[in-house]
Design a protein around this ligand. Structure first.
Ligand code: ZN
Length: 100
């Protein structure tokens, strides 16, 4: 007895549902994702790699002494120890509210 058209439809739907759930389908999907992945056209030469890294070195941080408390601080920055800058108290001690 031949299947009715709507019965075929249900069968195909079930099969596609089974395919989507099966591991083979997900493995194929993963495989295609790997194939479509962006890949560099050429190997980066040691020279080009090192040229890129020429600016990667960290520079030494300048340190000066605070004129108020003598603690080491960065120039043109408020002192972490006393909160002074250019002879004026900018941050109160044990407080983070700016006064000037
Ligand atoms: Zn200070």
């Amino acid at each position: 007895m031949p299947l009715h058209l709507c019965e075929w439809h249900i069968l195909i739907e079930d099969f596609t549902c089974f395919l989507k759930q099966s591991t083979v389908f997900t493995q194929l999907k993963d495989l295609f994702e790997v194939i479509n992945m962006a890949v560099p056209k050429k190997k980066t030469s040691k020279s080009r790699r090192d040229q890129r890294r020429a600016h990667d070195a960290l520079s030494q941080i300048m340190v000066t002494e605070c004129q108020n408390c003598g603690e080491k601080k960065r120039p043109h920055h408020i002192c972490d120890g006393c909160g002074f800058y250019n002879g004026k108290q900018i941050i109160r001690q044990n407080d983070t509210v700016a006064t000037a």
